[in-house]
Design a protein around this ligand. Structure first.
Ligand code: NAD
Ligand code: MG
Length: 401
């Protein structure tokens, strides 16, 4: 083993969204395996302070900020400490860092539709992609999966549920679930902070209450998505593309302890589950090391303390986002991209305290009802659809304010 490790080539990693929760946890795992991984590029939106601290600590070859003014500030600060990190800016630079010939692994951990182009660039360049940015699959599932095949990329799901399913799937691959003896996949959901709240209580939920997730520490957008159950809806669409599952083969199960991360049911009645503490460093380490297992810093699962595991059905009346996501998946074409864009705008408005919690599904449903759903032809078309859906959601939000 030590011979194997010593002869192993260092793998260069680009982390898109390095200052985020997933980005930072990826750096945590990488720093536990400094003999295997080196940080090639770190990127962030506009958090100069955060990216500066990461550059100081990890000394990447490149750092990328979305906006030029942030990049100029970062470059000055890094120069002042004698850093050799090269600072770039803009979406094209994000894509360049994904596709760079020196890069082996791309952690796609930008939040939202902004992650689409850099993830596509990694797919086309045939990288090992650790996909946390589920919005890429929701918006452009068919184009992205095709780009992965055409580019010869290796796609490893980081979302804990999909990582669990990936782990529980058979080693022999087939083009369909039935071909692998799989009947269905069961996505677990914690149910979020309002699992037991009434509709009346949901109407008056505050930003602070919604940001207080019981089991996971995550960025603000996915935390709100978890509270509305849109996160699970997006994950249903993600599972559809990743595992070539039909919508009726994907079931959501509320499991408040977040210990079982998801399950695969086989035609013989076997159900394989992956369990662990709710800590994203497990799927991240799995993606980095695959097919080898790497230590992640996550502690042992203490089943005796947990003592019980509960399950229930999701309530699609109190949490309409889950139903709306299934509807969008069944509608197909550009409907999931419209859903995603409207959701991003509605969540942003909720976080800005412009609309109420239950306005989120209302806005999304209205945008979808009025949009024309088309076949997906190209990324350019999806970018235009995304823009239109954002405008439409913005108008609906204005009407509510
Ligand atoms: P976060 O908000 O903590 O971090 C987002 C990162 O993306 C930051 O580094 C930010 O600078 C960057 N970013 C934001 N907007 C950008 C833009 N327009 N252009 C370039 N960069 C931009 O989010 P997170 O919780 O780390 O989640 C990241 C992704 O991973 C999301 O798609 C989320 O759904 C997915 N995910 C997260 C978790 C989790 O536990 N946090 C679990 C599963 C999946
Ligand atoms: Mg998840």
């Amino acid at each position: 083993m030590s011979d194997k490790l010593s002869s192993q080539k260092i793998q260069y990693v680009t982390i898109l969204g390095a200052t985020g929760t997933i980005g930072m946890q990826t750096l945590d795992v990488i720093s536990q395996h400094a003999e295997r991984f080196a940080v090639f590029a770190l990127t962030a939106n506009n958090n100069v302070k955060g990216l500066f601290a990461l550059c100081e600590k990890y000394n990447p070859n490149y750092a990328v900020m979305l906006h030029e003014s942030s990049a100029v500030t970062l470059a000055t600060q890094l120069k002042n400490i004698g850093s050799t990190t090269i600072v770039l800016h803009g979406e094209a630079a994000l894509c360049e860092m994904s596709a760079h010939h020196q890069v082996d692994i791309v952690m796609a951990a930008i939040v939202g539709a902004a992650g689409l182009h850099p993830a596509m660039a990694a797919a086309k360049a045939g990288k090992r992609i650790l996909l946390a940015n589920k919005e890429t699959l929701v918006m452009a599932g068919n184009l992205f999966m095709q780009a992965v095949i055409d580019g010869g990329a290796v796609l490893l799901p980081i979302d804990s549920e999909h990582n669990a399913i990936f782990q529980a799937m058979p080693q022999h691959k087939s083009s369909s679930l039935a071909g692998m003896g799989v009947k269905r996949v069961l996505l677990t959901a914690s149910g979020g902070p309002f699992r037991n709240s009434s509709i009346d209580e949901l109407k008056t939920v505050t930003r602070a209450q919604a940001l207080n997730h019981p089991n996971w520490v995550m960025g603000p957008k996915i935390t709100i998505d978890s509270a509305t159950l849109m996160n699970k809806g997006l994950e249903v669409i993600e599972a559809y593309w990743l595992f070539n599952a039909r919508p009726e083969q994907i079931e959501v199960v509320i499991h408040p302890q977040s210990v079982i991360h998801s399950m695969v049911e086989y035609i013989d009645g076997s159900v394989l589950a992956q369990l662990g503490n709710p800590d994203m460093r497990t799927p991240i380490a799995y993606g980095l090391g695959y097919p080898e297992r790497l230590s992640s810093g996550v502690g042992s699962l203490d089943l005796l303390t947990i003592a019980r595991l509960d399950f229930s059905a999701p309530d699609r009346i109190r949490f309409p986002c889950l139903r709306i996501a299934y509807d969008a998946l069944n509608a197909g074409g550009t409907a999931p991209a419209i859903l995603n864009a409207a959701n991003e705008i509605a969540v942003e408005a909720f976080l800005a305290e412009k609309i109420g919690f239950m306005d989120i599904p209302n806005v999304i449903e209205r945008v979808l009802a009025e949009a024309k759903v088309e076949h997906v032809e190209s990324i350019e078309q999806l970018v235009a659809v995304d823009k239109m859906a954002r405008q439409s959601a913005g108008l609906r939000i204005q009407a509510l304010c």
